[in-house]
Design a protein around this ligand. Structure first.
Ligand code: HEC
Ligand code: HEC
Ligand code: HEC
Ligand code: HEC
Ligand code: HEC
Length: 464
């Protein structure tokens, strides 16, 4: 071993680094001047250190690619204008622009953990070391989950935490059979592109404390086992008849690339209005509610109301994904025949927050409040806000083909004039105000839409 080390030192002496760079010449000069001292030190350390003469240890995670290995979305736009225009407004394009992402990432500082899904090109090209400067990223890194992220994926090794293989270059992978030839790239069929596993590679997240915090793929497996026969693509990439590329053959099924979900861009973004409109439509077609109340009640009695919330149309739980941030809740008002308010739940405080433990102004004032979401806890069982802090989770999400029932008891004063008007809504928003304020993003609160997913009105007669 010692001999081997001497051998290496000798080689360095005989063949100083050939690149004529100043740094390297200085290294050679240093070696020449101090060789006796170095020989002594090496002799001493040779048994301990594997490669004692290397001036710096090799990077334990060398970048897998260079950013220039990947093509930009703009390079695809001339031949795939629809795909480009749709993708441009999607949350995939927003993933590394999102101010909420960066505010959370700065809080967590988990090195590559967040970036490997939100911008795989940045992370695999070594552009996101700890404390990276987001202003110094290459344009393609800022484009998040872009065309070449997905269309260079060749294999999913494990269906969580971005464990997929990429092969950037001239070949684009997809699910077209008989793709027409084109002068820009080769095409290769891969059945993976038509399957949920492809999406699951990113839509299933385990944090660094080994807690599953986003489980859309696992929920989908459960839904599929319960008889749901669609893949993610069937719902989130609906098809239309047309050309997959300008001048290409007419096809029955070309896939939309809007990837509509429940989130919307909160900064100026191409197609933001359309994305909002489509997200609202999706949410209005996600659930059903039914309200169970008696036809009439005696004044002075307690009115019992049950609201059944059913997940009938998603391919996973409702809500899903980053469900700790999502709020889906039951809002109800009961008014007497004169329009006076008898009862209320699900209303907002002056900050716009629901009146649960997160309300700064009216904490826990809404005792009957029902919110369907995920709650996060640290190792001591204290509730935490950010999913990278979660050791355990508690879910109140509604699986597909399931329902949850919220029950209410409303005291009806003896003097009440009928009929009682019950107005029940199932409401949704992607980010609560307290969460944005905690990230110093309070100015975004007004930009988060509240969508009324369902509404039901019921009349209850009053017998006096
Ligand atoms: C999040 C991953 C993802 C991103 C980002 C993405 N695609 Fe796709 N793309 C797919 C999948 C998956 C399919 C196949 C869907 C199927 O067969 O069910 C597809 C299909 C296609 C097809 C084949 C025709 C069709 O519509 O079926 C083309 C062409 C295409 N994409 C181009 C692009 C371009 C150009 C961009 C960027 C502007 C892009 N894609 C961004 C996942 C992605
Ligand atoms: C010079 C025009 C041109 C450019 C530029 C171009 N494509 Fe294509 N692409 C085509 C044509 C033509 C097809 C075949 C369409 C068909 O058969 O319906 C195609 C097919 C595809 C497919 C389907 C492959 C398969 O086997 O399923 C994908 C994915 C794709 N392109 C992605 C991209 C991406 C990503 C870019 C940008 C990096 C890009 N293309 C740039 C012309 C182009
Ligand atoms: C490389 C990782 C990656 C892959 C692969 C991927 N996604 Fe995503 N997806 C993301 C990230 C990250 C976001 C969130 C971006 C943000 O809001 O900051 C996202 C957002 C979405 C959204 C919007 C969610 C919302 O709340 O509005 C939908 C829908 C979606 N993806 C569907 C899909 C489907 C369908 C596939 C498979 C065809 C897929 N994704 C593949 C990373 C990925
Ligand atoms: C049968 C249709 C259907 C299928 C299949 C489906 N989804 Fe969805 N997805 C929806 C609907 C409807 C919503 C809106 C309601 C909700 O949030 O659950 C949605 C919402 C989402 C959201 C936003 C969730 C949130 O609340 O933040 C993501 C992300 C998503 N889907 C990804 C996926 C992925 C990944 C798959 C496959 C593993 C998939 N979806 C399969 C219909 C579907
Ligand atoms: C394994 C892939 C993956 C990793 C790792 C990941 N994310 Fe995400 N992220 C996603 C997907 C997929 C979505 C979309 C889910 C949805 O909309 O329900 C998302 C959505 C988001 C959103 C938008 C939804 C929201 O909260 O409004 C933010 C912000 C976000 N992630 C921040 C982070 C941060 C910060 C980290 C690191 C601590 C991180 N993510 C790590 C895949 C990932």
């Amino acid at each position: 071993m010692t001999l081997k080390s001497f051998g290496r030192l000798a080689r360095i002496k005989e063949h100083p680094p050939s690149r004529p760079q100043e740094g390297n010449t200085q290294v050679a000069r240093f070696f020449r001047r101090c060789r006796f001292l170095l020989v002594g030190i090496l002799f001493f350390f040779a048994c301990k250190s594997k490669d004692p003469v290397d001036p710096k240890p090799p990077d334990p995670n060398p970048p897998e690619f260079k950013v220039t290995d990947f093509a930009t979305p703009e390079q695809c736009a001339s031949c795939h204008p629809n795909h480009y225009q749709e993708w441009q407004s999607s949350m995939h394009a927003y993933a590394f622009v999102d101010p909420v992402f960066f505010a959370m990432h700065d809080r967590g500082q988990l090195e590559q953990f967040c970036t490997k899904c939100h911008s795989p090109i940045a992370s695999r090209s070594g552009e996101t070391p700890p404390f990276f400067d987001r202003n110094k990223l290459s344009p393609i890194s800022k484009q998040g989950v872009s065309c070449d992220v997905c269309h260079t994926i060749t294999k999913v090794n494990k269906i969580f935490n971005a464990q997929f293989e990429m092969s950037p270059g001239n070949t684009k992978f997809g699910s077209l059979d008989n793709p027409a030839l084109n002068p820009f790239h080769q095409s290769q069929f891969n059945a993976l592109f038509d399957r949920s596993e492809f999406c699951g590679a990113c839509h299933e997240v385990e944090n660094t404390l080994n807690t599953r915090i986003e489980e859309t793929y696992t929920e989908w497996v459960q839904a599929a086992a319960a008889g749901m026969s669609f893949d993610c693509q069937d719902c989130h990439m609906p098809t239309y008849a047309g050309e997959a590329a300008v001048g290409g053959p007419q096809r029955d099924k070309v896939h939309r690339h809007y990837f509509v979900g429940v989130d919307v861009p909160l900064v100026d973004f191409p197609g933001a209005d359309l994305q909002r409109q489509m997200s609202e439509e999706l949410l209005k077609n996600s659930a059903e509610i039914s309200v169970n109340a008696p036809a009439s009640i005696k004044a002075g009695d307690t009115l019992q109301v049950a609201v059944k919330v059913m997940n009938t149309r998603t391919g996973h739980h409702l809500p899903s994904g980053t469900a700790a941030e999502r709020q889906m809740w039951v809002a109800m008002e009961a008014r007497d025949g004169n329009g006076n308010l008898l009862y209320q739940t699900g209303q907002l405080d002056a900050n716009g927050d629901l009146m649960d433990n997160h309300s700064a102004l009216n904490p826990n004032a809404d005792r009957d409040l029902v919110v369907y979401r995920q709650k996060l806890f640290d190792a001591n069982g204290n509730e935490v806000l950010f999913f990278f802090q979660a050791k355990t989770v508690e879910n109140n999400l509604i699986p597909l083909f399931s329902f949850k029932t919220a029950s209410y008891k409303i005291m009806i004063p003896v003097s009440t004039n009928g009929p009682i008007n019950l107005d029940v809504k199932l409401r949704f928003r992607s980010l609560p105000p307290y969460f944005l304020r905690e990230l110093n993003l309070g100015e975004l609160v007004a930009k988060v839409p509240i969508v009324d997913m369902e509404e039901a009105k019921v009349l209850v007669g009053v017998i006096r």
